[in-house]
Design a protein around this ligand. Structure first.
Ligand code: F6R
Length: 231
């Protein structure tokens, strides 16, 4: 696994340059994207130059919250990236958390990914070490599925909308993340320092699902200085 640490003030612009250049090289890529606080500055910086008109985009996960909730991943994605794009994605796929048959919905989404794989998966790092909504306890081969959220993740979702009470969510399975050709893990802010250090130097295993990325052949952590003051 590679680690890039950038000064806080240039983190978003430097990662945006890398992403823009990835998309220029691979305009028809199949990419999976996260939402939340971490990617916001990256999306804002990338949007004016990003051409996704040949790109297929998958949304990494979704909270089981009423449609329109500001904490839902589809709402944040619309707000933080889609509405800013001059050249929006050719196709978009998301986990429809409101589907009556959750297992069938997860299988549907997973099958679309299975057909062509993922060229690039961009992730944020949960305060408890989750990636997507693959919470502590997740095995490396876990499928795309509906999960119960840890109390820490339920609390964290209130940062997006104080009224949100997210107890469950659908997530891309860990196995699809691991199978992705390339993975970028975004980590910013001093509140992520401890979990980043555990992820990089603690044991690899289900207690901290992001640690599985250490065995990925082409994974890079893009951290800002606040998150990685000693690295
Ligand atoms: C969001 C997602 C989550 C977040 C993580 C960090 O799609 O998959 O794993 O990336 O919870 O959230 P922020 O960036 O808000 O600190």
């Amino acid at each position: 696994m590679y680690l890039e640490v950038y000064e806080d003030h240039e983190w978003a612009d430097l990662v945006a340059e890398m992403w823009t250049s990835f998309m220029q090289r691979r305009p028809d890529a199949r990419i999976c994207l996260p939402t939340g606080e971490t990617p916001r500055p990256l999306y804002a910086s990338s949007a004016p130059n990003l051409d996704l008109s040949s790109t297929t985009v998958f949304l990494l996960d979704e909270f089981d919250l009423p449609r329109g909730s500001a904490a839902r991943c589809d709402s944040m994605f619309e707000q933080d990236l889609l509405r800013l794009l001059v050249r929006p994605p050719k196709a978009q796929h998301r986990l429809r958390v409101e589907a009556s048959d959750a297992d069938a919905e997860c299988s549907r989404f997973d099958a679309i990914i299975g057909k062509g794989g993922l060229d690039l998966t961009i992730l944020g790092l949960g305060g408890n070490g989750h990636i997507g909504l693959n919470e502590p306890g997740t095995s490396m081969d876990s499928p795309t599925r509906m999960v119960d959220l840890s109390p820490a993740t339920t609390r964290a979702a209130k940062r997006y909308d104080a009224d949100a009470n997210a107890l469950r969510g659908m997530t891309l399975g860990m196995h699809r993340i691991i199978e992705s050709d390339e993975v970028w893990l975004l980590v910013t802010g001093s509140h992520k320092t401890a979990v980043l250090e555990r992820m990089l130097s603690g044991p690899i295993g289900p207690e901290l699902p992001a640690s599985y990325l250490r065995d990925h052949p082409n994974a890079t952590v893009f951290a800002d200085r606040s998150a990685a003051p000693n690295l």
